[in-house]
Design a protein around this ligand. Structure first.
Ligand code: N01
Length: 582
């Protein structure tokens, strides 16, 4: 079933329809929200910019795109049937398979009938007298709803730097996060890639296989760990499916919401030989779990120096040209920026048709009709790929004019950085919910469980509002301020707060520097959300409630009564904010 059979331009704009909820975005968050609202008997309309479901996995179709969380853990957990009927073909799923899974879920629950595709929400305005949101789109739709739910994604607003002369370039310029639907064939072309983050590191080895020549423009070298991706082992798959709920529970008890072996011993207590042996053992496992080699790697700079040196030695062991190897060696904190996971990245630079260009001291000056100029040299190219990242966490909100009480826009309120209570909502914007908003674990946890936990919390909240006859819910400023302060304080304990990454908005010129995701650990965050709910939505004001004393019922959130994995999270760590989030 594909919505592409309809020409979106042909449809009549929807006007004056009143819904219980409008959802912005039909990625994994919007899809699950829609499914849940229906279960509660509420009406909802989803507006989605893309031509189909999938969100991140709809847009990021660049060569080599795949998830850095293992397939058996990167999926919805709300349906035992889907858990059992769906099979993943590889240890780490490629983008087409994750998109196929999103389509499967959309088909299974007939979600598309309530989703309007190819439509961007432009405005969401709270009407204080009606206590409802008015939502407008770029296709002329104007609808109203009691709840406005932002399921806009954390890494959805592509960052395209304003390179001078880019429009003069004769060839195509692509962004990894806005990849053409039908793919791109680079065979025989001279290709340039700008950027060396996760998207570049995944795509470079594949583009190199096709291109006549590949020139990589690197501003900052990234650390990357091999994925050691492989075909799914049927015995492993079966062992998990035999008791999927148990496996999910084990994962939820972990700081990142996904499970992998973690050695909590400090690196600084080990001898150099023991350390090296442990790093080799975890390197052989590969991927993000490499950061689980020792418990202090993201807290103690001296410990981090040991893992950084190990990684640089690996690079020098793979890359044959010492000058190129040196350029590929990062000199910053290991894992400070999001760790990359690759297949054959460093090996690619041993190929004669691949060139690494350092733009750290001499930035890209401009595009010409023939290519890209840096340091006075023109690199002639047929096509350019900008793997230049995203305006993370707040970028997708910035694209919509969201107006709350007293005409205050969200952009104004967040000018000095996002302010939320639990990453779920923000004062002055009643009944506006965010799924994995800034101030929640989001990108520092497994995204799909993070989404489900947020949606389930919102469902208990909305059900409670119905039970007590509340028209609106809104956080109190004092509680929001405390939460923002807590998010900031916890981030300072981690070495992650020390570098210029998209976690702090530093990749976008002019953005305020604020550590946006909550780094205190997924189960700790879940427990906090549960406590707020159990205490009658502590820190929120429910307006118009008839039955103010009715205690909230725990229905949806029941499955999120997170146990802490006490092997990796002790009360002392929580008190010190030293919960290891990879
Ligand atoms: O973006 P990035 P990404 N001139 O911001 C460079 C997730 N993800 O799309 O570091 C030259 O990491 C920039 O340089 P610098 C994952 O969470 C997940 O790769 O700012 N270069 C950097 O090298 C990831 O972290 C998966 O100096 C410029 C690069 O562009 C997040 O998405 C796969 C430049 C941007 O790297 C973002 O990853 C892919 C300029 N003007 C993504 N501007 C998986 O699941 C920017 N750069 C595996």
């Amino acid at each position: 079933m594909s919505p592409k059979s309809q020409n979106p331009c042909d449809r009549q704009p929807e006007t004056d329809t009143a819904y219980d909820a409008v959802i912005v975005g039909a990625g994994f968050a919007g899809m699950y929200m829609l499914h849940c609202l229906r279960t509660l008997g509420l009406s909802a309309r989803v507006f989605e910019a893309g031509g189909d479901v999938g969100g991140t996995w709809y847009w990021n179709r660049y060569p080599g795109a795949r998830c850095d969380i293992e397939s058996m853990q990167y999926s919805y957990s709300f349906s035992d049937e889907i858990d059992q009927e769906w099979s993943w073909s590889e240890r780490y799923s490629p983008q087409p398979e994750i998109l196929a899974y999103a389509n499967h879920v959309a088909d299974r629950f007939n979600l598309r009938r309530d989703i309007t595709f190819d439509t961007c929400v432009t405005d969401a305005t709270f009407d204080e007298s009606a206590k409802r949101w008015t939502v407008e789109t770029d296709r002329g739709d104007t609808v109203t709803a009691q709840f406005c739910i932002m399921a806009v994604g954390c890494l959805s607003a592509a960052n395209m730097p304003p390179f001078e002369g880019i429009d003069d370039f004769d060839g195509p310029v692509y962004h990894t996060g806005q990849w053409p639907q039908d793919g791109v064939d680079f065979s025989g072309l001279r290709v340039g890639v700008i950027g060396t983050g996760s998207s570049a590191i995944q795509s470079i080895p594949i583009i190199a296989q096709q291109a006549a020549s590949l020139t990589v423009f690197q501003r900052t070298a990234s650390y990357t760990v091999p994925a050691w991706n492989a075909k799914m082992d049927p015995a492993y798959e079966q062992s998990i499916k035999a008791d999927y709920p148990e496996f999910r529970a084990k994962a939820r008890a972990r700081p990142t919401g996904f499970y992998f072996p973690f050695n909590m011993k400090p690196a600084l207590d080990a001898t150099p030989e023991e350390r090296n042996a442990k790093y080799e053992e975890f390197w052989a496992r590969g991927g993000l779990p490499f950061l689980g080699a020792f418990g202090d790697l993201l807290f103690e700079k001296d410990a981090n120096d040991t893992v950084a040196k190990f990684a640089r030695d690996k690079i020098r062991g793979i890359v044959k040209d010492p000058a190129v190897a040196d350029l590929l060696c990062p000199d910053n904190v290991f894992g400070c920026k999001r760790l990359c996971v690759d297949t054959g990245y460093y090996e690619t630079f041993n190929q004669p048709h691949v060139t690494l260009v350092d733009v750290s001291k001499n930035p890209i000056e401009r595009f010409t009709n023939k290519g890209v100029v840096t340091d006075g040299t023109e690199y002639e190219l047929d096509a350019v790929v900008c793997a230049t990242g995203f305006a993370a966490m707040t970028g997708s909100f910035d694209r919509i004019r969201i107006t709350g009480r007293n005409g205050l826009t969200l952009a104004e309120k967040w000018r000095a950085g996002p302010r939320t209570y639990l990453g779920l909502s923000t004062a002055g914007f009643p009944n506006l919910f965010m799924i994995t908003g800034p101030g929640s674990p989001s990108v520092l946890a497994n995204m799909i469980p993070s989404i489900e936990q947020h949606v389930d919390w919102m469902m208990d909240c909305i059900a409670h509002m119905r039970d007590v006859g509340a028209a609106t819910i809104e956080p109190e400023t004092a509680y929001e301020d405390n939460w923002v302060e807590h998010v900031n304080e916890v981030s300072k304990v981690s070495l992650r707060s020390t570098c210029s990454s998209w976690y702090v908005g530093a990749n976008i010129p002019g953005h305020p520097r604020v550590f946006m995701p909550y780094i205190g650990g997924f189960p700790i965050y879940v427990n906090r959300c549960n406590d707020v709910l159990a205490n009658g939505f502590e820190g929120f004001t429910l307006d118009g409630a008839v039955e103010t004393n009715a205690p909230p019922k725990v229905r949806w959130t029941e499955r999120w009564c997170a146990e802490l994995d006490l092997e990796v999270i002790t009360p002392a760590m929580i008190a010190a904010g030293r919960v290891p989030v990879v």
